[in-house]
Design a protein around this ligand. Structure first.
Ligand code: SF4
Ligand code: SF4
Length: 396
């Protein structure tokens, strides 16, 4: 496992961090034996950074991670977790959440603590005026928090404002070859690094979109150069090619992903991609840009929807229809989002309340996009066909 030193505090961090928002699930809950085995295997192979949050897996990720790290693992790793600003209206809320996090994680200190998903400077200002930053500084002085940072999903200009507004110990941004000029952007990455702020990268595979169901042209472009290198490896190595990156978080969901990511992290170096390889990314980006209709990363922050819409699921089917030119996608949409479900979750169930849009880090106009999805994926025959299928399958 390659490591990179956090120049601010000397921590030797594995370049691969374990993102704890996409553990394998069974019956809707974390498949604990499998996920724990994946965590232990990652630690055995040198992964020493685990990133969770108060809200991941519907609030179950932290407690699960705490349990998985008990029995001597905790001391071998750094735990990162996050305070959800949208649940903090007064300082007392934050204190209560933090106490719950320590208890869930079975620890008395947090190595890397983040304000979760800052999207603009006023959000930071609000937390500051509530006294949250001052209180977190006190926790740092007491050694209960070791490093204080923020995760970010917003515009380049807001990133610049936030990163300069406070003496952060680290920050976390979304970055992958499709997002070089999106959100914090490459210049934001360079700005943070220039200020001496270590950078953690999330969404290196854009929620799996840079791996699964890629257009044929993209797969060919990669394979023509190296038939053995997977799309995941191309995407991860693109991120690690940046010397400004400290840790890349991968939300690993199965044993193969753990093994593959660890393998790649065993040799990925900064500035190791040559010009020909970098040119291939430019071609690939062009193809992907032309074909991805809605830039949803499947992060799930917009969920749950009170009307039961599976927002990322709807967008995924719609995007795949264009990315893959897959004519069966309407059938898949019907199967997964309506006909076969006890609780249908298709786009036309949206009541336009707008609750989801305030949480979307990609700033997607979810209501209007769901209307488009509903128009294209459902059409006039959707309801009668779903009704028949449900009747045949005796789904109430
Ligand atoms: S706007 Fe629609 S999709 Fe979003 S939360 Fe409201 S009902 Fe759900
Ligand atoms: S719509 Fe936005 S918040 Fe919801 S899953 Fe997609 S990117 Fe995440």
């Amino acid at each position: 496992m390659k490591t990179r030193v956090n120049t601010k505090n000397g921590d030797n961090l594995s370049i691969l961090g374990f993102g704890c928002m996409r553990f394998p699930t069974k019956g809707g809950s974390i498949d604990e034996p499998r996920a724990a085995a994946m965590i232990h295997e990652a630690i055995a192979k040198g992964v020493n950074y685990f990133d969770t949050a108060y809200i991941y897996h519907g609030g179950k990720s932290e407690a699960f991670l705490g349990g998985a790290l008990s029995g001597g693992y905790r001391e071998k790793v750094k735990i990162a977790t996050k305070l959800p600003p949208f649940m903090v209206n007064k300082l007392e809320n934050a204190k209560k959440i933090f106490a719950t996090q320590l208890s869930r994680l079975q620890t008395d200190y947090i190595d890397y603590y983040l304000l979760h998903m800052l999207t603009d400077k006023p959000m930071f200002d609000r937390l500051f005026s509530l006294g949250v930053l001052k209180w977190l500084e006190e926790l740092k002085e007491e050694g209960i928090i070791k490093n204080l940072g923020f995760s970010f999903h917003g515009s380049k200009s807001d990133f610049e404002r936030i990163v300069k507004a406070y003496p952060w110990d680290f920050c976390q941004i979304q970055y992958n070859y499709m997002d070089e000029n999106n959100q914090a952007t490459k210049s934001g990455l360079q700005l943070a690094a220039g200020l001496g702020i270590p950078v953690i990268i999330m969404e290196p595979l854009r929620g799996g979109k840079l791996v699964n169901n890629l257009p044929e042209e993209v797969i060919k472009a990669f394979q023509n150069y190296d038939a053995d290198r997977s799309p995941a490896e191309w995407a991860l190595r693109w991120v690690w090619n940046h010397p400004e990156v400290n840790v890349l978080l991968s939300g690993m969901s199965n044993e193969e992903q753990v093994a593959d990511n660890i393998r790649i992290a065993g040799y990925a170096e900064a500035d190791s991609l040559n010009k020909e390889e970098l040119d291939i990314f430019e071609k690939v980006k062009q193809v992907m840009r032309e074909k991805t209709k809605i830039p949803c990363t499947a992060c799930g922050y917009c969920m749950p929807c009170p009307a039961g819409v599976d927002i990322p699921g709807c967008f995924s089917c719609y995007n795949d229809k264009y990315l893959l030119k897959d004519k069966s996608m309407r059938w898949k949409y019907m199967q997964t989002l309506g006909a076969m479900s006890v609780k249908p979750a298709n786009a036309s169930r949206c009541k336009s309340c707008g609750k989801c849009e305030t949480h979307c880090p990609q700033k997607i106009a979810i209501r209007s996009q769901l209307k488009t999805v509903s128009k294209e994926m459902e059409g006039v025959l959707y309801k009668p066909v779903v009704g028949i299928v449900r009747k045949l399958m005796k789904i109430k």
